[in-house]
Design a protein around this ligand. Sequence first.
Ligand code: AMP
Length: 352
Amino acid sequence: MTAKTIGIIGGGQLGRMLAMAAARLNFQTVILEPQADCPAAQMASDQIIAAYDDPAALAELAKRCDVVTYEFENVPVIAAEELAKDVPVYPPPKALEMAQDRLTEKRFINDCGISTARFHAVDSQADLEVALADFGGQGVLKTRRLGYDGKGQRVYRSSADSAEGGYAALGSVPLILESFVSFEREISIIAARGLDGAIACYDPAENIHRDGILHTSTLPASISTETATVAREAAEKLLAALGYVGVIGIEFFALPDGSLIANEMAPRVHNSGHWTEAACVVSQFEQHIRAVTGLPLGNPVRHSDCVMQNLIGDDILSVPDWLRQDNVLVHLYGKTESRPGRKMGHITQLHR
Ligand code: AMP
């Protein structure tokens, strides 16, 4: 195999784990990230220290790399499109465009024949009041762009919750009000599509969030095989519709009757897929590297049941205890400073 160089936009832990997987297959990696000595650059061949939309830096990335990918979905679409004129960019910029705005994303998902929560665009306080009235006073108000880990959200649990000031409280930016989904559990599926159009789906994970941040992913999820098939089919539809290349993470709400409602998609490797590095022969990170470099996809089969747990903030102090346990894979992200809510690493405990 000829060694190729992969550009990765974004320098966090996802870029770090992609760089590690790339190195194992003899690929070089160049990280584009403004922060020096970022988690990804510690494991990569080189780093370009510049903003994600710096034209000179993007031109240098294109020149030095055979393919460019990214580890977060807020890469400016224009930058990705410009870059794609000079070098293949995978996943395709269209996936970024669909995932960056919750309104566009929901419409796209619905157009693919997949259910989401009902929703209204909210561009003013008056819009919010009309939308809430339509949903009987219940709903989840979210910023359309740049929300993550539950940030930029406000929950209305009943008509007793006052709508007053809701639009301004989220910054008077474009918002979306989603109907409140009384889900039984949250699941996600990690899937990949190769350059040749082949698709591989990992088993759905069951996810528990704490304070809006993923806490654990458990395999298998407590869902029926029929529900798992619905998740897989939804992933296949979205990947095909996007002409996708790479790994995608799709989150769903599972309802008591076993039906699924798609919540959001992330056009990248995903936190709820970290378990794959311990419980599958080919992890989501290697799968993504294989996909974007045109290698055959790996078998996504799971050899063990497992629980992945994020180490957030001071959870990092529990590492010595985890290291003493059998069947636990510890993965740390090279971040020197721990802060509340900051993802410092994760562990995956295998249950055979
Ligand atoms: P998100 O940023 O869209 O992933 O939302 C963060 C979390 O808020 C989700 O994992 C759910 O636990 C909850 N949530 C989001 N949207 C809804 C909804 N429409 N109905 C009920 N809960 C929601």
